[in-house]
Design a binder for this molecule. Structure first.
Ligand code: PCD
Ligand SMILES: [Cu+]
Length: 806
């Protein structure tokens, strides 16, 4: 028995369990420069590989001459598609059911596409080798504008599949067409529009952007010829999936592949897919018998690995004069670039874009998405937006504002009028989702009260009058955004990647002294899993979070899991942790009953151990129980205390939030100032409020970047004009506004601890808040929709177009 008397509060505080602002344990190594990233992997005899890339966006390759390159000191090999054909690796499958060239096979389809892989003793020699490879190109007509991709005279990009009538998602209408995906009831929706009192229609585009994590994509591959084993250290958000993909395409038995994702410097979706660099480094290691490292530079990262968005959404809403929405019709033209390498669950060619009815009770809706090829980099990753949810949220949140403007109604009022009501959950949306829970009115009203929404509108009216009187050159905008996220992919009934159900896993093993380890199928890229996962276990098992080590990213030791993206870790793996902990706890209860010589049912859980009901002094702590599990297990019971859970979620979780942005724009310069930004998030049960706040700050900063300037832009000839940080907007502390955060708590009814994801929410809700603020500012000058990104130049142009500048 413990001699020191401690209060229940002290015992609970010692655990640092759920709800505690526990400091991030990983930061001890990160802040001291002791992180271990892929580039820190340095093996004896390690070689370096780098790519020859195409300056042309569309060209035939007439010849590749490697002779001069092979004479460069230090250069050991130059791989081309012809070499890869020998091992059947010139092309690789994509996550979206398409195939992608690993190295240019006969032609190139986007600028900076990988053409040859030079392997050398160091990075400098590799670079010299790249310059010495002679490639003869014959330029072909370039297709940049997706709206012309299906023209009769459009250049055919994918000659490999030009005669294929069917793609991975059904029939194709044109050689440059990838798929058409439709959801909802077309007839009912058309009928709603036919009898609508008010309708709006607008082309709302969400431009192409890029996750651009601090650390680029990279790997080290080391093939052991004697054992026939391949070890890959890489920046992988989903290490197990990478191992399975390598096993399938390289025909190496899966148990002889070791995938290790060490510390990762940000992922944001960029590190979900498989890239040519991984394949080439692996082949180069097999060929040379030496470890081979491949590290992207910034320009390569921005121009060739997965972009995000590039959705052109023709949006129509039908409503009554009073502002009740009666129908939603959306057509999306999705620009997928040269290959369909979208990272979405297999059955979802446009991700979860069918969440586009948002937070509103639409009686009927219809959605059609056409995916097309263009001469741009492939990809289409989430970038903090869980599978096209940010595109959907932007579409509906802009649409609702445009409708409010047409009706002469306040945008917040219009939303309140159409929200799904708290008593309607679980709610079946017109496009097929079952929203698990929500309380939108409460969140919206809390936002409106906190910021004094009515007061802000009054101020805006006064400022507009002053502008018209010529007393000020500043216009004021209020950007309202109310988003519903859908995270936690996902239930095996509808979510898989390459046929593998999207469950996730946790294995907990407690040691004799009462400490333990948790191994996970997820992989943190900065989210703080080592901190938060231990907090769940602390609360569930009464063991201090500090006594639990969380391990992720090594496929040899971790249970199979689908990885970290789409804010799925908390909804899926977070549930697996609780379930594994509960299995451990059930066994602990049997041991405690034996030690206390009572029946299991006579015990009750009390913070950090079991107590005999009615006899509070008869108590066994988890520490006592751990020791007994190895020292004196009950007769007939196996020693040890561990469990594993593979959790297949019954549904997604639906976080939501109410955001408001207050912005002032100087019409003469286009310069904007974000005066205030308020973000209320509801992610159900909160594990670590400090980490949540950090996640929200990060996501809002990215949303700010995207809405206000960040873009991957191509010129008419297919050249990337924003391929470096000289032109690609990354906000620093100077530009970034101050973030005010707030919350409500609506637990998920099906999640064992009630938690929903949060990492992506601020980006999903943030972008429409900024864009609506800009659009709201200009609306009184007669504008309905101004395209993102809203940089100074575009704001100035808008002001000029609207006659605000003489
Ligand atoms: N309720 C709750 C929720 C949550 N949480 C926390 O928070 C975090 C997050 O979570 P989530 O939401 O679940 O998510 P995850 O899965 O984990 O992650 C993912 C995400 O995450 C975010 N965030 C971040 N951060 C950092 N630092 N880094 C990074 O990279 C990143 N990324 C991004 C992204 S993009 Mo995608 O991939 O696009 O799809 S997706 C994503 C973690 O830690 C957790 O635990 C808490 O606490 N509570
Ligand atoms: Cu997305």
């Amino acid at each position: 028995m413990n001699e020191i008397i401690v209060t229940r509060e002290q015992r609970e505080a010692k655990l640092e369990g759920m709800g505690c602002k526990r400091k991030r344990v990983e930061d001890i190594r990160f802040t001291q420069g002791k992180g271990n990233y892929v580039d820190d992997v340095k093996l004896p005899g390690m070689l370096h590989g780098d790519f020859v890339r195409s300056p042309y966006p569309h060209a035939r390759i007439k010849s590749i001459d490697k002779d001069k390159a092979l004479k460069v000191p230090g250069v050991l090999a130059v791989l081309t598609a012809e070499d890869l054909k020998g091992v059947n690796l010139a092309w690789m499958p994509t996550l979206a059911g398409d195939v992608q060239m690993v190295l240019a096979d006969g032609k190139v389809l986007f600028q900076n596409q990988e053409v040859a892989f030079v392997v050398a003793t160091d990075r400098y020699a590799a670079d010299d080798g790249i310059n010495a490879v002679e490639v003869e190109y014959e330029a072909l007509p370039v297709l940049v504008d997706p709206f012309h991709s299906m023209d009769a005279d459009a250049p055919i990009l994918r000659e490999d599949i030009k005669d294929k009538k069917d793609g991975a998602h059904g029939p194709r209408k044109h050689p440059n067409h990838i798929f058409e995906w439709t959801v909802g009831d077309k007839d009912l929706t058309d009928a709603a529009f036919a009898k609508a009192e008010v309708t709006i229609k607008e082309l709302i585009s969400y431009h192409r952007t890029h996750p651009s994590p601090l650390e680029t994509c990279q790997c080290v591959c080391s093939f052991d010829k004697v054992k026939g084993e391949l070890t890959i250290w890489g920046t992988f958000q989903a290490p197990h999936v990478i191992r399975t993909v390598v096993a399938l395409i390289a025909k190496i038995p899966e148990h002889k592949i070791h995938v290790i994702a060490p510390d990762i410097g940000g992922g944001f979706g960029n590190k979900v897919g498989a890239y040519p660099g991984y394949i080439c480094a692996a082949v180069a290691s097999i060929v040379t018998g030496k470890p081979v490292k491949w590290v992207e530079d910034r320009i390569e990262n921005l121009t060739s690995t997965s972009f995000a968005r590039d959705y052109h959404m023709t949006t129509e809403i039908a409503a009554t004069k009073e502002g009740k929405v009666t129908g939603l019709r959306v057509h999306v033209l999705a620009d997928h670039g040269a290959f369909d390498a979208c990272a979405d669950p297999s059955k979802w060619p446009a991700g979860f874009f069918n969440i586009v009815t948002g937070s509103y009770d639409f009686p009927t809706a219809h959605l059609a998405v056409d995916g097309v090829y263009t001469n741009k980099a492939p990809g289409g990753v989430a970038y903090r937006c869980s599978f096209r949810v940010t595109e959907a949220a932007y579409c509906i949140e802009r649409g609702m504002d445009i409708l409010a403007q047409k009706l002469g109604m306040d945008p917040a009022e219009l939303r309140l009028k159409n929200f799904i009501k708290a008593e309607q959950f679980p709610y079946h949306s017109a496009l097929g989702w079952e929203y698990d829970s929500g309380d939108y009115h409460t969140a919206m009203r809390k936002m409106m009260e906190t910021v004094d929404y009515a007061g802000l509108r009054r101020e805006q009216a006064e400022r507009r009058a002053a502008f018209k009187r010529g007393e000020t050159r500043e216009i004021m905008g209020l950007g309202v955004s109310f988003f519903t996220e859908i995270v936690g992919a996902g239930p095996s009934k509808n979510c898989d990647i390459l046929g593998i159900a999207m469950f996730d896993s946790c294995e907990i093993r407690l040691h004799p002294t009462g400490a333990g380890i948790a191994r996970m199928g997820t992989k943190s890229q900065g989210q703080g899993h080592e901190t938060t996962w231990a907090q769940i276990i602390a609360t569930e098992l009464g063991i201090p979070a500090d006594d639990i080590m969380v391990e992720e990213g090594n496929t040899d030791t971790a249970p199979y899991g689908l990885g970290t993206y789409g804010s799925r870790s908390t909804p899926v793996a977070g549930a697996a942790i609780a379930m594994a902990a509960r299995k451990v706890k059930a066994k602990a209860q049997m041991i405690a009953a034996y030690l206390l010589e009572v029946h299991e049912d006579d015990l009750e859980w009390d913070i950090d151990g079991f107590r005999v009901k009615g006899l509070p002094e008869r108590f066994k702590s988890m520490k006592d129980i751990c020791w007994a599990a190895y020292n004196s297990p009950p007769p007939g019971l196996e020693p040890g205390l561990e469990a594993v859970s593979y959790y297949d979620p019954p549904n997604m979780t639906y976080p939501f939030g109410a955001y408001l942005c207050v912005m002032d724009i100087d019409v003469d310069t286009g310069v904007y100032k974000v005066r205030r930004f308020y973000a209320l998030d509801d992610c159900g049960t909160r594990i670590n409020p400090m980490i949540i706040e950090g996640q929200v700050h990060g996501g809002l900063t990215e949303a700010f970047a995207i809405a206000m300037g960040q873009e991957i832009r191509y010129d008419n000839d297919g050249n990337v004009v924003t391929g470096s940080f000289m032109d690609f907007f990354i906000p620093t502390a100077v530009e970034t506004p101050h973030w005010e955060t707030d919350f409500t708590v609506t637990p998920s009814p099906h999640h064992p601890i009630g938690a929903k994801g949060v990492g992506e929410s601020p980006n999903v809700g943030g972008v429409p808040a900024f864009s609506n603020a800009v659009n709201d500012a200009f609306s009184f000058l007669g504008s309905t929709h101004i395209q993102m990104p809203h940089d100074f130049w575009r704001n100035w142009q808008a002001a000029k177009r609207l006659g605000a500048i003489a």
